[in-house]
Design a protein around this ligand. Structure first.
Ligand code: PMV
Length: 380
């Protein structure tokens, strides 16, 4: 009998230990150099490399509870008291639409099909069962924070841990580069930018691989987000990826981003905040200019977005010439100001005093997805 059947049968015949569950957590991330445009939309491969700062508390928790069953099933449950008790921050259960349920089901199939042979080769085995997925975010839907990066990263890690028959080994070894790279690639297939949420604080995604970019001299940073509009985006990021390449200013973008990346690497090495700030500013404006220059243009900006951008530009030297905020925007109207943690309070006060009509989120840099509690500790 193969290891797989052995594991499956033993799991099918025995009751799993009470409370068998996997708990994973993954933060959101904010790109300094943006992923925009896909070279392969089925695999979510990017036209250009991207660089991001991983956040910490703005995250998704994913719980998979497992019951014995000889056949695989996934159901999606509401948030549970156990899940809520696992996080100090208030959790918000997502609203599962038919579309998002469909995505989760497709994703679990991807993970099962592709990780099973990897785990079997490693001798870790694979185990199905009746799985129930529950997720919760630490930020409400429509808070202006993209939840797809954090939720796909958290779900992928939880599914991988749930499927691995040697739970303890998974828990100890899932960060081995050959395992982690498979997990992050799978996560990328669900949501491109989610592959960066496994690494931190600085994550680089090039081609089919993401990794941490060491930056030991950089000060600790935090992200302050002025939430101009918490509504749903009129143009999804998938649609933006598809349309952006029709812009007359698209030609040369991958090369321009590659050049910015070289400069950003040196800036991270030498902790050159002014250089990093200038690169982020140029790249955010360029990405939004792609949308603004389409044959049928669209914008994510509101008048307030532009006002905050102009204010931020005029406050570049507010703390000191050497410490300008890194100002950027995702595919949305909300403005991110990334500042050293030591200046977080004065910046927050200043932003609250100037833009009191908007809510402002604040989060520190973080280290990426993690497996928590009894994640992986299945006794078979
Ligand atoms: O991962 P997606 O498909 O939601 O694309 C994200 C694209 C941007 O947020 C606009 C930029 C980025 O690199 O995160």
């Amino acid at each position: 009998m193969s290891q797989e059947n052995l594991n499956r049968n033993s799991f099918a015949n025995e009751r799993p230990p009470e409370g068998t569950r996997i708990l994973a957590r993954a933060p959101s991330n904010i790109a300094i150099l943006k992923y925009m445009g896909k070279s392969d939309s089925a695999l979510n491969l990017p036209m250009n490399p991207s660089l991001s700062l991983t956040l910490n508390d703005l995250c998704t928790w994913a719980e998979v509870s497992i019951e014995a069953s000889s056949t695989f099933s996934l159901s999606i449950g509401e948030s549970s008291p156990k899940l809520e008790a696992s996080s100090a921050a208030g959790l918000v259960a997502p609203v599962w639409s038919d579309a998002s349920r469909g995505k989760a089901h497709r994703h679990v199939e991807r993970v099962r099909n592709e990780l099973r042979p990897v785990f079997e080769d490693l001798g870790w085995g694979w185990m199905d069962g009746a799985w129930t997925l529950r997720t919760a975010n630490t930020f409400p839907a429509g808070a202006g924070i993209a939840s797809s990066a954090s939720s796909f990263a958290a779900m992928t890690l939880a599914f991988a841990a749930a499927g691995c028959a040697s739970g303890d080994r998974f828990r100890e070894e899932w960060r081995r580069p050959e395992v982690l790279s498979r997990i992050t690639s799978l996560s990328r297939r669900g949501s491109g930018s989610s592959c960066r949420s496994f690494y931190g604080p600085w994550a680089l995604w090039e081609g089919d691989a993401a990794r941490e970019l060491p930056a030991p001299r950089m000060p600790e940073l935090c992200d302050l987000v002025v939430v101009v509009d918490a509504g749903t985006k009129s143009v999804s990021s998938s649609e933006a990826h598809a349309r952006a390449m029709d812009s007359p200013i698209w030609p040369g973008r991958p090369e321009r981003v590659a050049r910015r990346l070289e400069k950003a690497r040196s800036a991270l090495e030498s902790a050159d905040l002014p250089a990093l700030s200038a690169l982020a500013w140029a790249d955010a404006w360029e990405m939004h200019s792609l949308f603004h220059s389409l044959p049928q243009p669209f914008t994510y900006w509101s008048a307030d977005t532009l006002e905050i951008l102009k204010w931020a530009e005029s406050h570049r030297a507010w703390v000191s010439d050497n410490e300008p905020p890194i100002v950027t925007l995702d595919a949305g109207p909300n403005v991110h100001l990334i500042v050293p943690r030591r200046s977080k309070d004065p910046w927050l006060e200043k932003l609250r005093a100037t833009f009191g009509q908007f809510s402002i989120l604040a989060d520190d840099q973080g280290r990426g997805a993690e497996l928590l509690e009894n994640g992986g500790q299945k006794k078979l």
